[in-house]
Write a protein that binds this ligand. Structure first.
Ligand code: PLP
Length: 400
């Protein structure tokens, strides 16, 4: 074998993908209670499924053809209307939006568009583990801002200011957050924008969970004063539409940045998936999205969030966590349980699957500050299994 690229040693394989393989196995083994994955467990809206079938039957050529790199004009237009409706934002669909293959491609294209080698990108620690590896792919440097459960996982402005240097190129803002479910307070977002403006760096706002919100309002970063010209916002249909496998999301921001992203997209994926675009046109037409979120997604996940919170308190009374106002997860500080028995979060997660058949994700996967924490997804199991799973976690510690 001729030598492979050096970068392979720099970028880590996603540990979550490893767990996903395990979780796939778990689907066939119903005895495993999974608090592990990050995917919705609801079926997509029936209208979307019907549309895919109908389009393939009546319009097979069009439904499987290449589209423009940014996507179909009709879908971009609907996204523009959606941003106006929910966020009050005026975005020019022709110039300021591009589709992406999920938020994953959005993250990479945004970084490709703004980062030069050795530029610094600030992320919180813990945070979504896709960020640091994408920064490495573009030869940027990762700078971590520690956040903790005890401070509600809010980014600390004073600490952030100390991390800003001449090399700072971007701050990645994720709200609601994965893995903590924390929603950044509006005043803090404003202060971050002011800091970005004063030091001339970008904000990448990953809005993956903007509609998966149980309390409060989403802060539309690009709408804040001084924000538009330095903000690239990413979104995805994976979570809100329960369509992760259709691989569709979008980015919006200043035309120059979106142009640059389009240029790179021509060589990473050429064009977005055509049939997914038709499905999303249906999702964004009429009031389907509004109904699906209001009648299905939010009530189902809100109930599961509340139930899981109750059982975390009941079965792990010494653990510390923040009630997630959004997203799919509880991030639980397990020090009180793990330190006395000398076990790391990784060892615990492994033994828990083996001994109790409950899958959780170790907190260290999201950054070193996530040490001795675990991430529990509450969307993937029905209520009665959420209780069973937490009870088993409690028993893990009792039986020792
Ligand atoms: C914060 C965040 N960003 C991006 C993604 C990637 O999602 P997708 O590529 O399916 O849009 C995820 C998925 O879990 C996520 O949690």
């Amino acid at each position: 074998l001729p030598r492979l690229a050096k970068k392979i040693r720099v970028v880590a394989k996603s540990p979550i993908r490893r767990i996903t393989a395990l979780l796939d196995e778990a689907t066939n083994r119903p005895e495993i209670i999974s608090f592990g994955g990050g995917a919705p467990s609801l079926p997509p809206a029936k209208e979307v499924v019907d549309e895919i079938i109908a389009q393939l039957q009546k319009n097979s050529l069009g439904a499987s053809a290449y589209t423009g790199t940014r996507g179909r004009a009709e879908l971009l237009e609907l996204i523009g209307q959606d941003l106006k409706k929910y966020g009050g934002i005026d975005v020019d669909p022709k110039k300021e939006i591009t589709l992406t293959d999920g938020a994953t491609e959005g993250i990479l294209l945004a970084l490709m568009a703004i980062v030069d080698p050795d530029d610094e990108v600030i992320i919180t620690d813990p945070t979504y583990l896709g960020f640091p590896e994408a920064v490495k792919l573009v030869d940027g440097r990762i700078v971590r801002l520690p956040v903790c459960v005890e401070e509600g996982c809010q980014p600390n402005l004073e600490k952030l200011k100390k991390l800003v240097t001449k090399k700072t190129k971007a701050f990645i803002l994720l709200s609601p957050d994965n893995p903590t479910g924390r929603v950044v307070e509006e005043e803090r977002v404003k202060a971050i924008v002011d800091l970005a403006s004063a030091h001339d760096f970008w904000i990448i706002s990953d809005d993956t969970y903007k509609h998966i919100l149980y309390e409060g309002e989403h802060v539309w970063v690009s709408k804040l004063p001084k924000a538009w010209e330095r903000t690239i916002t990413l979104h995805t249909f994976s979570k809100e539409a329960s369509l992760p496998g259709l691989r569709l999301g979008y980015a919006y921001g200043p035309a120059e940045a979106i142009d640059a992203m389009e240029k790179f997209k021509q060589y990473t994926s050429l064009a977005p998936n055509a049939i997914s675009q038709l499905a999303l046109i249906r999702f964004l037409s009429g009031d389907l999205k509004e109904r699906y979120l209001r009648d299905t997604v939010i009530p189902t996940y809100l109930e599961r969030r509340n139930v899981m919170g109750e059982y975390v308190r009941r079965y792990l009374p010494e653990a510390k966590t923040v009630k997630p106002n959004g997203a799919f997860y509880y991030f639980v500080n397990m020090r009180a349980y793990l330190n006395p028995i000398g076990m790391s979060d990784e060892q615990f997660s492994e033994e828990l699957v083996q001994r109790k058949r409950v899958a959780v994700i170790p907190g260290t996967y999201f950054g070193l500050n996530g040490k001795q924490h675990i991430r529990l997804t509450f969307v993937s199991e029905p209520i009665h299994r959420i209780e069973q799973g937490l009870k088993k976690i409690g028993e893990f510690f009792k039986k020792r």
